[in-house]
Design a protein around this ligand. Structure first.
Ligand code: NDP
Length: 237
């Protein structure tokens, strides 16, 4: 039977690397992002026949449409990866309310909506696996990232509770919490300065995170776990 998966935020960065590894391992995938062209291009670059979708995860109707389209074109979803995320870094006193809302809606509400929609597919198939991408910042906190950090810590609480809620349905829910990874999100960061705190001495590559995501997707006896992928950064914080 086909292993059908959806990667939200799969057009770039970490999500794209996850999709590449999943495709190499024989999954049939839908890649979703707000930019349809980018999602289609990312799906087209993968080995095999995959689908590119336009979906803003913070909009319930978009999420419902995405799952309907996946079911119509590929079949019911058994594997879900939530890699869609944004950061709007600023000290709290300078953070606009609209930036608070957009981070919470994309990073936290978005994953709640996609998980809810995916559960219906997974329950019908008597099993499934979800990996949500959190952040080391959600576990340790970081000045200038109060709201982002809250969205990511919220995602951990959500994932652990959902893991307990759906374990009896043979659905697993885990979190991967990356440190600093080379993507568009980190391209303006002061790398030389930040690298000094990373025991392994470098930022991670998206594929470093992808291996952890696929490990959790596929390991049958792990649920409710938070796997940190940070080159040892948390040891220094
Ligand atoms: P990128 O900015 O490289 O990619 C983000 C992806 O999410 C893109 O595909 C983007 O496509 C998509 N996206 C953003 N907003 C939405 C939305 N509302 N609906 C659907 N898709 C959306 O980021 P990264 O790859 O770096 O980040 C991936 C995840 O990893 C995020 O959750 C991030 O918070 C987390 N993370 C990243 C770290 C890093 O160092 N890079 C560290 C820790 C965690 P589009 O813009 O077309 O919608």
């Amino acid at each position: 039977m086909d292993k059908i998966g959806v990667v939200f935020g799969g057009s770039r960065g970490i999500g794209k690397a996850v999709a590449q590894l999943m495709a190499q391992k024989g999954y049939r995938l839908a890649i979703a992002s707000r930019n349809l062209e980018a999602a289609r291009a990312a799906a087209g670059d993968l080995e095999g026949n995959h689908l590119g979708l336009c979906c803003d995860v913070s909009k319930e109707q978009d999420v419902q449409n995405a799952f309907e389209e996946v079911e119509k074109n590929l079949g019911r979803v058994k594997f879900l990866v939530n890699a869609a995320g944004i950061s709007r870094d600023a000290l709290l006193l300078r953070t606009k309310t609209e930036d608070m809302v957009s981070q919470l809606h994309t990073n936290l509400l978005g994953s709640m909506l996609t998980c809810k929609a995916a559960l219906k597919h997974m329950i019908q198939q008597q099993g499934g696996s979800i990996v949500n991408i959190g952040s080391i910042v959600g576990l340790k906190g970081n000045p200038g990232q109060c709201v982002y950090s809250a969205s990511k810590e919220g995602l951990v609480g959500f994932s652990r509770s959902l893991a307990k809620e759906v374990a009896r349905k043979k659905i697993r829910v885990n979190v991967v919490a990356p440190g600093f990874i080379y993507t568009d999100m980190t391209k303006d960061m002061k790398e030389e300065q930040l690298k000094k705190n990373i025991p392994l001495g470098r930022f991670g590559e998206p594929k470093d995170v992808a291996h952890a995501v696929v490990f959790l997707l596929e390991t049958p006896y792990i649920t409710g776990h938070v796997l940190v992928v940070d080159g040892g950064l948390q040891l220094a914080l």
